[in-house]
Design a protein around this ligand. Structure first.
Ligand code: BTN
Length: 305
């Protein structure tokens, strides 16, 4: 949404403002004000014009709806349907964009970790944040941790008992069904990241999900996707600026720490008790042969027999 349109919305959010007043306040013509009002109506905003323009309702979802009232430094690139928000964010990276959240109502070719497909029906929360942090590539995993913490905390604010399985799965309840997953991709030089795409997939409707997955609406009655995405982006923006806080919060919300785990890495399998997570996201596993530090892998929680 462009600056003037954003300013029009902000001006009419709390009170009715006449066309001439708006034009004077924003230093644009009355015709321009009218065009912005019409464009906003077309985007689904309900704007009354009795005694001045006044915003009375915001659309349920979509780019302008998410941007309206968002207190985080991201523009929204919204699509009803995309093959993959990560793929779109990578395209934007190639166009030198940054601080964009690509959001789609549906993905037709959603991708998960380890080259798995990610089921992304209409009505879920599928988004990818493109940013260019001043970090060496080896530190980029802390952004994945930050995203997992943000999803977990906002889910909890909605009353969903979520926790994190290393490195970045958000699970719910004793059954540990999967609510959300994160796929981070990046490009960089030896000492500095060029761009990072943090792709976040959150199941909303539980219908049709595999047995080991769940959706927000299985645990919370009132899920407003727009508010959820806004809160998520705001929390993510705060955590990416404070890696220490992200790590501390990750530990607090971790389901993995203290558990017997089996971690498959490219080089083999490690079995032991998960003891800690160290910056930027390294899992420390106590094994029979002493502590082992794992930087990446697939982790399974081993339940006592
Ligand atoms: C996982 O395997 O757990 C990670 C799943 C990540 C899915 C999200 S949905 C939004 C973004 N776009 C994609 O294609 N994948 C990620």
């Amino acid at each position: 949404m462009n600056e003037t349109r954003r300013a029009v919305l902000a001006a009419i959010a709390d009170e009715a403002v006449s066309g001439p007043d708006l034009a004077a306040r924003l230093d644009v013509s009355r015709a321009a004000v009218w065009k912005h009002i019409e464009a906003l109506r077309e985007a689904g905003f309900t704007i009354e014009s009795d005694g001045g323009y006044r915003l009375v309702a915001v659309p349920d979802y979509g780019g302008p709806a998410i941007e309206f009232g968002l207190d985080a430094p991201f523009t929204i690139d919204y699509h009803d349907s995309l093959p993959s928000t990560n793929a779109r964010a990578r395209e934007l990276a190639a166009e030198d964009e940054t601080d964009v959240a690509v959001v789609a109502n549906e993905q037709t070719g959603g991708r998960g970790r380890l080259d798995r497909a990610w089921r992304s029906p209409p009505g879920g929360i599928w988004l990818s944040v493109l940013c260019r942090p001043d970090l060496p590539p080896a530190h980029a995993p802390v952004l994945t941790l930050a995203a997992a913490v943000a999803v977990t905390e906002i889910a909890r604010e909605h009353g969903v008992e979520a926790g994190i399985k290393w490195p970045n799965d958000v699970l719910v309840g004793d059954e540990e069904t999967k609510l959300a997953g994160i796929l981070t991709e990046m490009e960089g030089e030896a000492d500095r990241v060029s761009w990072v795409v943090v792709g976040i997939g959150i199941n909303v409707d539980p219908a049709g999900l595999p047995e080991d997955a769940t959706g927000l609406r299985a645990h919370a009655t009132d899920v407003d996707r727009r508010a959820f995405v806004q809160d998520l982006l705001e929390r993510f923006a705060a955590l990416r600026a404070d890696p220490e806080e992200a790590l501390a919060a990750w530990r607090e919300h971790a389901l993995t720490l203290g558990q017997r785990v089996r971690v498959s890495t490219g080089d083999g399998t490690i079995v032991g008790t998960a003891r800690d997570v160290e910056f930027p996201g390294t899992l420390v596993v106590a094994t029979d042969n002493g502590p082992v530090r794992v930087h990446a892998g697939d982790c399974e929680h081993l339940r006592p027999a």
